[in-house]
Design a binder for this molecule. Structure first.
Ligand code: RFL
Ligand code: PHB
Length: 391
C-alpha cells in the first residue's frame, strides 16, 4: 500500500489531520489500533476554542457543531460558598467558547471520512514505524494474522500519550518534561439538564468539582479524587452527594441527578516531548504533550498542531519545506503557554494536601484577587478562550 502520509491513530488529531489533508489534495491513510466504536466510547473533552471551531469548519465538518453546539460567553468560579462569573465575552472583546463534545467531533470526522470514501484501518495490531530518518518511511501492522505495509512520504504520530510513535524515536533524540499531580478526576455523564447554563469550576475544602455539559439535557460532572480510588467504589449516589457538598447552596439545591451513562477516573499530568519532529515523523496532539483537563486545552492543542502540520505538508508538496522545518518550534510555543495555563488553573482550583493551610490561604487570596481585578480576570479569560494562532 502507498499513501503520501500515514497517520497513526484515529482520535481527533488523526481524523482532523486526515480531513485537512484531503481538502489540500494530499492522500492519507489512517491506522488505528482500536475499533471505531471503542474510539467513540471514550468520553473526554467538551470545550472548543474558536481556533478549533475554525479548523473544523475548514475541514468541512462544522455543520452539526454549529447547529447543536452551545456558545458560552462566560464561566463561573465557585469558592467560599459563592459563585463569581468570569465574563469571557466582555473581557476578550467578543470571544466565546463552543461546548460540543469530543465524541461528537470524532463522530462528525468519521462520517465525513466515510462519505468521502477515505480509508481508516481499524483494529490494526502491532503497528510499527520504520525508516522515518530517511526519505521513504514505512508503517507496518497486522490484521487478521496477516502483515501489511504502507509506504509513505511522511508519518504523522497522532496516537495519543500511550502510542507507539513517540516510543519509536531513539531515546537520545527526545527530551521529556513531566509533572504528575497527586490526584485524579472522577467523571460522570448523565442524561440530566445541566445544573447551570454555564460551566462551574469549584474550589472547595473537600476538593475541586466541575459542572459541565454536552447539551441542554446531558451533563458532565467531575470530582477531584485520590489517584488510587477505584471507580467501582463510587456509586452514583455517592458521586451526587459529594458533588452537592462541593457546590454553593443554590447549585446544590437545583442539581438534577440521574443514573450515570459513564463513569471513569482520569489521572492528571503535564507532559511535553521535545522536539515534535524526527526526520519524517511528526508528532501531534497527546502523542507529544498532555495537559491536566482543568484548562480544557488538550483537544484544542491537538487541533492547532494538526492545523500547522496540514499547512506545512501542503506547502511541502507545493515546493517549500519551511513549514515542516518550523513545525516543532511553532507548535511548542503554543503548547508551553497552554501547559502553563493548565498548570496554573489546576494549582488554583484543587486541594493539594502537601501545601497545607498556607497553600489554601494563598488560593483564597488569589481567587479573591482574580474575580475582583479586571486585569487578572482578563488573563484567565484570554487564555480560556484560546490564544490566537500565529504564523
Ligand atoms: P487520543 O484521543 O488519545 O487519540 C489517539 C488515538 O491513537 C490510537 N492509538 C494507536 N493507533 C495505532 N497504533 C497504536 N500503537 C496506537 N496507540 C494508540 C488510540 O486508540 C486513539 O484512538 O489523542 P489525540 O487525537 O491527540 O486527541 C487528544 C484529546 O483526546 C485530549 O487532548 C483531550 O481529550 C483532553 N481533554 C480535553 N481537551 C480539551 O481541549 N477540552 C476539554 O474540555 C478536555 N477535557 C480532556 C478533558 C481529557 C480528559 N481525559 C479523560 C484525559 C477531560 C478529560 C476527563
Ligand atoms: C468537559 O466537559 O468534559 C470539560 C469541560 C471543561 C474542562 C474539562 C472538561 O475544563
Amino acid at each position: 500500500m502507498r499513501a503520501q502520509v500515514a497517520i497513526i491513530g484515529a482520535g481527533p488529531a488523526g481524523l482532523l489531520l486526515g480531513a485537512l489533508l484531503h481538502r489540500a489534495g494530499i492522500d492519507a491513510l489512517i491506522v488505528e489500533q482500536r475499533s471505531a466504536d471503542h474510539v467513540l466510547g471514550r468520553i473526554r473533552a467538551g470545550v472548543l476554542e474558536q481556533t478549533t471551531v475554525d479548523l473544523l469548519d475548514a475541514a468541512g465538518v462544522g455543520e452539526r457543531m454549529h447547529r447543536e453546539g452551545l456558545l458560552h460567553d462566560g464561566i463561573e468560579l465557585c469558592f467560599g460558598g459563592t459563585r463569581h462569573r468570569i465574563d469571557l465575552k466582555t473581557l476578550t472583546g467578543g470571544k466565546h467558547v463552543m461546548v460540543y463534545g469530543q465524541t461528537e467531533v470524532t463522530r462528525d470526522l468519521m462520517h465525513a471520512r466515510d462519505a468521502a470514501g477515505l480509508k481508516t484501518i481499524y483494529e490494526a495490531e502491532h503497528v510499527s514505524l520504520h525508516d522515518f530518518d530517511g526519505a521513504h518511511p514505512r508503517v507496518r501492522y497486522q490484521q487478521a494474522g496477516a502483515t501489511h505495509e504502507i509506504e509513505c512520504d511522511f508519518i504523522a504520530g497522532c496516537d495519543g500519550f500511550h502510542g507507539v510513535s513517540r516510543a519509536s524515536v531513539p531515546a537520545g533524540a527526545i527530551q521529556v518534561h513531566e509533572k504528575v499531580y497527586p490526584f485524579g478526576w472522577l467523571g460522570l455523564l448523565s442524561e440530566t439538564p445541566p445544573v447551570s447554563p454555564e460551566l462551574i469550576y469549584s474550589n472547595h475544602e473537600r476538593g475541586f468539582a466541575l459542572c459541565s455539559m454536552r447539551s441542554l439535557h446531558r451533563s458532565r460532572y467531575y470530582l477531584q479524587c485520590p489517584i488510587d480510588d477505584k471507580v467501582e467504589a463510587w456509586s452514583d449516589e455517592a458521586f451526587w452527594a459529594e458533588l452537592r457538598r462541593r457546590l454553593d447552596r443554590e447549585a446544590a439545591e437545583s442539581l438534577v441527578t440521574g443514573p450515570s451513562l459513564e463513569k471513569s477516573i482520569a489521572p492528571l499530568r503535564s507532559f511535553v516531548a521535545e522536539p515534535m519532529r524526527f526526520g519524517r515523523l511528526f508528532l501531534a496532539g497527546d502523542a507529544a504533550h498532555i495537559v491536566p483537563p482543568t484548562g480544557a486545552k488538550g483537544l484544542n492543542l491537538a487541533a492547532s498542531d494538526v492545523g500547522y502540520l496540514s499547512r506545512a505538508l501542503a506547502a511541502f508538496y507545493a515546493g517549500s519545506e519551511e513549514g515542516l522545518n518550523h513545525y516543532s518550534e511553532r507548535c511548542l510555543r503554543r503548547v508551553w503557554k497552554a501547559v502553563r495555563f493548565s498548570w496554573w488553573f489546576t494549582s488554583l482550583m484543587h486541594r493539594f494536601p502537601e501545601t497545607g493551610v498556607f497553600g489554601q490561604k494563598l488560593q483564597a487570596a488569589e481567587l479573591d484577587y482574580l474575580v475582583h481585578s479586571t486585569a487578572a480576570s482578563t488573563v484567565l479569560a484570554e487564555n480560556y478562550v484560546g490564544l490566537p494562532l500565529r504564523d
